[in-house]
Write a protein that binds this ligand. Structure first.
Ligand SMILES: CC(C)(COP(=O)(O)OP(=O)(O)OC[C@H]1O[C@@H](n2cnc3c(N)ncnc32)[C@H](O)[C@@H]1OP(=O)(O)O)[C@@H](O)C(=O)NCCC(=O)NCCS
Length: 155
């Protein structure tokens, strides 16, 4: 896609990642909508983890025509399982950016060695389901979280 650059983030990107979270409809399929302070603290924690736990944190951002349009994060937790989240600014959706971010994330997770990966998606979140389906081998209901699906794969 012309004008799209997936790259590693830098500190000045924080406010633009927050803007992605703040964009229209971002939390439509989330159990709750966090306020700005919580979103900013969450983004701060991503950057802290890149320094304190680099082996278990991967963060990419997408630039479209030099403007930050999305991000993708993977964090490795218990049992060597990565958990992924992707976000694309409302103004830049449906152009393949989410798919490109997730593809780059998976390339890097694979490069880091054998592991499993999971993603939690609301059953009504068609865009996200379409985006993740080709990267995961299996999915099912999320135990204890009605309305959500758990996608899983391993390599
Ligand atoms: C999910 C999200 C990241 C997708 O980003 P995106 O850049 O629009 O995704 P893409 O353009 O790569 O599209 C991925 C697929 O979803 C489809 N799609 C995108 N938006 C859609 C919509 N609103 N309705 C139906 N399908 C949609 C695309 O056609 C594409 O399908 P294909 O692979 O069969 O062609 C974005 O909608 C978003 O940030 N949502 C809010 C946060 C969220 O739900 N994150 C997912 C949790 S992991």
């Amino acid at each position: 896609m012309a004008g799209l650059l997936i790259r590693q983030p830098q500190c000045p990107d924080k406010k633009d990642i927050v803007a992605v979270y703040e964009s229209t409809a971002f939390f439509d399929y989330s159990p709750s909508r966090p306020d700005l302070k919580v979103i900013a603290a969450t983004v701060d924690s991503y950057f802290t983890e890149l320094v304190t736990a680099p082996a278990s944190t991967i963060l990419y951002v997408a630039n479209l025509d030099h403007r930050l349009a999305g991000f993708a994060i993977a964090r490795k937790g218990a049992r060597a399982t990565w958990e992924v989240q992707v976000g694309v600014h409302f103004d830049h959706r449906k152009q393949g950016i989410g798919h490109a971010l997730l593809g780059t994330l998976f390339e890097e997770m694979h490069r880091r060695g054998p592991a499993a990966c999971k993603a939690t998606v609301h059953a009504g979140n068609v865009a996200s389901i379409k985006m993740v389906t080709q990267f995961f081998r299996e999915y099912g209901e999320f135990p204890g979280l009605p309305g959500f699906l758990l996608f899983r794969t391993s390599w």
